[in-house]
Unconditional design. Structure first.
Length: 318
């Protein structure tokens, strides 16, 4: 049987998908990486390769696209994120769980070979050790998003152990990039702040000034994602999900870093419902297991990311 050369990204028009599709196309070739989403994609994605409109809840259409493009790998990014999910509890549960089941079932039936599915630091909760949160620790999430991610991790491991499904997963921290806007998370402030700084507008933060959260710059997240998918199967010992870490900061620390480049930048604080979500999450993450198992290593520091974000966003303004 011919090798399955297609790589399908579901949820490709979101914050991660917009960058992941381009990273995958650079490796597998433009025509082999199919972007798909409910909504249309960025110009760069649309002009460089195939795009298909897809609701992941429509199993028939999902099967049809997988067959049409001879898909072997699926990156499943479609989900409702933490803040949106609290406003839409049942839709979030249904999308975050059934989307995953449909893709895992295709892998179980050997229609596809390999699955990437992202988990999150949201699997942790208020009773988890906050500093250098270990790989294996208390996971008692208090949000629908966190509960769906924890259940998803358990199901990934189950499908691997019971059916031999090759599924790989990362617990992303808050992700920051300049190419697209974030989609309804609690860490979104850390992207919005850069847009306001470059526009010369004061920024009102929805988290309090000392809320420390784990974060990562998008190029590192894309490298980690492709890295775990490319790793030899024997090295991916955990089939639930790996902790990965970049750096951590508070809104006040990020504002200070931005002020090194834009001294007049102003920030104020007006915490809303997202504060409670953030308060239940770790401040920093221990990712030594990922480093040991499949040689994960982050490259960007807070300083490097801030400089890079500001220069790219300034180019967009010009
Ligand atoms: P996003 O909200 O920016 O993008 C999600 C995309 O999925 C959107 O383009 C949306 O239109 C699409 N989508 C929604 N419902 C769909 C459906 N039924 N069928 C097809 N597409 C649908 O999210 P993101 O930040 O790119 O996150 C992608 C994944 O990574 C999610 O699983 C998220 O939980 C996880 N994650 C993200 C972060 C982060 O900081 N961005 C952190 C941890 C985990
Ligand atoms: N950045 C994500 C969120 O805030 C974490 O999974 O929802």
């Amino acid at each position: 049987m011919a090798a399955k050369t297609g790589v399908l990204v579901i949820g490709a028009s979101g914050q991660i998908g917009t960058e992941l599709v381009m990273g995958l196309r650079a490796i597998y070739g433009n025509d082999n990486v199919i972007a798909s989403d409910l909504k249309t994609a960025s110009t760069e994605v649309l002009e460089s390769g195939p795009f298909e409109q897809l609701d992941v809840m429509d199993r028939e259409r999902l099967n049809q696209i997988v067959g049409q493009y001879n898909v072997g790998q699926v990156y499943l990014l479609a989900a409702l994120l933490s803040a949106t999910a609290e406003q839409k509890v049942m839709p979030a549960w249904n999308l975050n769980m059934y989307g995953l089941f449909y893709v895992l079932e295709m892998a179980k039936e050997r229609i596809i070979d390999k699955v990437f599915w992202p988990s999150s630091i949201a699997v942790f909760g208020p009773n988890t050790p906050k500093l250098n949160t270990p790989q294996s620790t208390i996971t008692e999430p208090t949000t629908v998003y966190g509960i769906s991610k924890l259940a998803g991790e358990r199901w990934c491991e189950y499908y691997h152990n019971r059916y031999g499904v090759d599924v790989r997963s990362l617990r992303y921290p808050g992700l920051i990039g300049y190419k697209s806007n974030p989609g309804g998370g609690t860490t979104d402030y850390a992207v919005d702040i850069f847009h306001k700084a470059v526009a010369g507008t004061p920024f009102e933060c929805f988290l309090s000034e000392n809320t420390r959260l784990p974060m990562m710059y998008m190029p590192d997240a894309i490298r980690a994602t492709i890295g775990i998918m490319e790793a030899e199967s024997e090295k991916v010992l955990l089939r639930s999900s790996y902790n990965i870490s970049g750096f951590d900061f508070t809104p006040a620390e990020l504002a200070n870093e931005i002020r090194k480049h834009i001294p007049e930048f102003e920030i104020s604080y007006n915490p809303d419902f997202r504060q409670e979500i953030a308060d239940g999450w770790p401040s920093s993450i221990d990712d030594s297991v990922a480093r040991q198992d499949w040689n994960w290593n982050n490259e960007y520091s807070l300083e490097m990311m801030t400089k890079d974000m500001l220069s790219h966003l300034a180019e967009k303004v010009i």
